[in-house]
Design a protein around this ligand. Sequence first.
Ligand code: ADP
Ligand code: ZN
Length: 517
Amino acid sequence: MDSQATTILKEKFGYDDFRPGQAKAIDRVLNGENTLVLMPTGGGKSLCYQVPALLLPGVTVVVSPLIALMKDQVDALNENGIAATFINSTITYQEMAHRLDMAAAGEVKLLYLAPERLDNPEFVQQLGELNISLLAIDEAHCISQWGHDFRPSYLNLQTIAGQLPSHPAVIALTATATSRVADDICARLAIPDAGVVSTGFARSNLSFQVVRDQDKDTYLLEYLKLNPDHSGIIYCSTRKEVERLANLLAKHHYTVAHYHGGMSDAERAANQEDFLFDRKPIMVATNAFGMGIDKSNVRFVIHAQAPGDLESYYQEAGRAGRDGLDSDAILLFAPKDLQIQRFFIDQSDGDDDYRQKQYSKLETMRQYGNTGECLQQFILRYFGEASQPCGRCSNCRDTREYVDVTESAQKVLSCVVRMRSRFGKGVVASVLAGANNERIRQSHLADLPTYGLLSSWRQKDITGFIDFLTAAGYLQPAAGQYPTLHVTATGAAVLRGEASVRRKQAAKARQSLPVDD
Ligand code: ADP
Ligand code: ZN
């Protein structure tokens, strides 16, 4: 390791050792090599460009969408005696010109930029006149249309990075990227395979939990009672639900702040501050809240409603435990909340391609809510990372016993086959239940040999079982607006009797819930 870098780490930042991945990333950057840093939230990504910024001759340009955070970041650097400044929409044109002049005169080491600035060719031209040694791209997943937070302005970086006259090294950083997104980032920013520095995305201090089939309000109130004085965020999908929950908690004498896009800027800023400074330790919010919130002692993030994709979920949940202490990431899962997300996708102005992508991401979210697998492992696998069961999540700690449900699974799977994969789970469930409704009559589904095969089950349990089989990969819904079910290759093996299906079930439920004997 560059001994100068160690000196800077100590003298400017007050730390003795590098965290995993930092030294390697810094080494590469100091050698002028393009690098992608994949690290979880709180992993220490900033130092990967801040340390080189102080060692390289010119200025380091940092592109970040976190406008709300820029001033704080720059203030913090200035307090450490590091010359840094930012340019975004919150400053005047004169001020911008002044700050650019300072950068041109070599008076700042770090210049933070909002990506929107790059939409302006004149500005890009001015940027080209600076002696830029390093181009740091924070939240780099924003450059990929495969990511969950694509920003068109980020695409400018593809050309700019290659055309800056000073030929700076590029360092891209993110805490949420599937392998597809990571590949995309590398392709667009000319980062070689060997340039990927990854510590993985695992968060060893987070306990992921999925709570199903419980009254959410009761659960929340109970949780807060058991965890008094803890600071946390409760996410909802709609403004209305934010208002409702915030009122409910206030009625129970909790000090809550709330935040959503329908409030005035002043109100939002005030509530955000109340939360950040622990005057109001609980925040109830839509996903409008949190981008760039750097509150270290968040002990829980509870999603009262599921978001539309797993990347957003992981990013939002990841705001818990930035200080490294044990924290909870809880999803209160109800299938009807996914319909809200489905509605958002239906209403979005993206093209057909975009919608298909979103529907299939929503499907992954559903599977997360239904999986019996380790939750952290499920998430990491989605990001293309192999891992061991975490031992902390609600599935790992589920002490119920496995029950063999192969026979029931075969009934469901063969029903799907008989229905020629032309129906969604609701119709499949009503056929298995032996229901007599319009849809069944219309399509003559009562004639199927599988009709009524699970008539001793409640329809709700059949739907739940289909969800389980889907999450476990035996069934797969078609991507797109009409998720008709079909049997996968693993499902086919179960049908042929070549594989068995096990499910965790409580001993009590075992008597009432129909399982195979
Ligand atoms: P990220 O951007 O990856 O979420 P940050 O760069 O904000 O994470 O770093 C998270 C926290 O860890 C910060 O408080 C930072 O000061 C601290 N940190 C980073 N690197 C080190 C290190 N080498 N030693 C000790 N603390 C560190
Ligand atoms: Zn686990």
